[in-house]
Design a protein around this ligand. Sequence first.
Ligand SMILES: [Zn+2]
Length: 390
Amino acid sequence: MLTIKLKLRTPNNGKSQILNEYLKDFTACASWWLRKIQKDKTTSRTKLHHRYYHEARGTFNSLPSANIQCALDKAIETQRAYWKKKGNKSLPQFKSLFGCFRNDTFKIENNAVRLTVGSRKTIWLPLIIPDRFKESLNLKFGRSEVKRVRGQWYLYLTVKPEIKSDVKSENVLGVDIGVAKLAVISTPDKKINKFFSGEETRYIKNHYHNLRKKLQAKLGEGKNVYKALKRISGKEKRWTKDANHKLSRQIVNIAKDNKAVIAIENLKGIRERIKATKRVRRMLHNWNFRQLISFIEYKARLDGLCCVSIDPRGTSRKCSACGYTEKSNRKSQSRFKCSNCGLELNADLNAARNIADRALESLPSGYMLEGAGGLALPEVGLAHNLASSA
Ligand SMILES: [Zn+2]
């Protein structure tokens, strides 16, 4: 399941009022369920339904039955997530207004969503649908949510990406993520060799770094400096997110065109590998690799492609031609020269090929021929907030 975040156009007053009332009722209902769950210390749907459903219908009589059950499901998930997370946090509660819709209580058509907000009561709300999501609207939907974030309404649409079993994967695209180059991609057959330069990123990052430094020197001078610092940090974040969106889209498109499985290093490996100078470390802290990886994975899944996560240890020391592994193979940050066979190439490109090779080894045998559609493959093991990555 993936979540796509779509902006709702500001509804007119009449619709706003209907929506607000529904959300108030829904949030109250979900909170009510949550309290029952916490009192009874159970998240068994059957038990809760049996004990309280009748009472719920009476208490929240403006809500259709489907939405009352939706509220129960949401409350169960919220409590389970809380139990799973260890630590002495206060009990979960629903603080802001929201509403869930089961996939049979909403419909998207002609850039608008129709929501069922009461028995035989529906409203149409116009949506802003970016081109990149247009195709995804043909997928199956799951339970979705409407929420207001900073004065703006959003539909968090859940979609089930289908794994296209008829598409045979014919290649593996290894992705080496780094600092000198943001990303380098290659295939075991060496037909694709592409560098995504990090130059612009470095320039922008340095620019923000310098701005911050100047401001920090003035910190004693009052409130406005704090505000300016906050504003800069927001700007930098948005710039990074946008850059990650573009980069991940390019990489996924190349994989799609080449019917390739995408092999990415896991984050832990990246952090361990890049032991570097102070300047590079600073970049590393400010650059959101986790976001980049999650965007690649997200877009790949939306397009029905498969992603595998690879432990990249040793990929920078190993020769992608003969397999000889030796620290001295890597002559510098950018240069690789094999002491055994003499192969000489860019170090990140060598790593990208090793990543692709390693993925190839770990894929179930016959995968490349059969095109198992990625069902049996390990998924990229990253917990990330997909809702915010859209
Ligand atoms: Zn070699």
